[in-house]
Design a protein around this ligand. Sequence first.
Ligand code: ZN
Length: 365
Amino acid sequence: MTARAQGVPPIFDGHNDTVLSMTKTGRSFFERSEEGHIDLPRAREGGLGGGFFAVYIADPAAVETTAAGSMRPESHPLETAMGRYADERTWPEPMPLDYAEARAVELLGRLLEVAEGSDGQVATVHTARELQTCLDRGTFAMLLHLEGAEPLDPDGRALETFYAAGVRSVGLTHSRRNRYATGVPFKFPSSPDTGPGLTDLGRALVRQLNARRVIIDLSHINEQGFWDVAKLSSAPLVCTHSNAHALSPSARNLTDRQLDAIKDSRGVAGLNFHVGFLREDGGREPNTPIARMVEHIEYMAERTGIDHVALGSDYDGATMPVELRDAAGLPRLMEALRSRGHTDGDLTKLAHGNWVRVLRETWGA
Ligand SMILES: [Zn+2]
């Protein structure tokens, strides 16, 4: 049974690490797996119509090179990175550009291969119109996203190349430092105000991303960086996978003032399903109820209006609440929201409508 048959709006999701999970396990996107959270059969079952596919560059120390010369990343990127990037005083040095570029080319190639080999079941999207058409027809939509600007050279040429390959969203940082900006450490409890803002190169990159009409994702950036972008950028402010700091005081979550700025810019924040960003105690306890996700959604919607809240699961990169388990579990979240009295119109905005609007306003088509 498809999600449409059940009367549930298709879901477009703001963040997954599926390509890393596929790289590590060797699983196919087209076959149902017990590993990870997203593949096409489980997406179809759960009404997941597509999402932002992150190209995340693991720290060189966390990557093994196989005998054949290809690179294998850490298995659980968020869990491992959470240890490595928990304290800014012990962060690894920023990674070399040539290493980051090579990894990004490889991971993007893997995603393009999925679309190419899908017999029309999967497509990369570059306009909001393409995305809406995919959602209407049931073609799985892949938005290519760089999570961290490490693969981008300061002269801006790599961005042109990645853009030509289909990349339409760039997160300035992961939870670490690079030549453009600084992310928050995975610290709990902590304010997101943990360090310096954009560098001069960071300001130039924001201008280039605006000129190219590429989404700028602020999910991992620290608070000063967030405000620097808010002042400089002409696009709606986007945090693809972050929650309410008032309910879970992780450095990765958004303060009320940040939520207000997202609303004022007509942007959007996507709910992260990682239990450590949902819970009041920050613990990585999978027995976290779906009701806790609903609380974050309702808190954010109360602050910003429902038009500025979306989903950003972090599937394949984080610890999901057991009730949700994987993409096939998404209807349970939608059902929980429906039983709280949220209307069909609001559920459609949350499921994909707000993403489509923000992408249209940023991309211009
Ligand atoms: Zn992330």
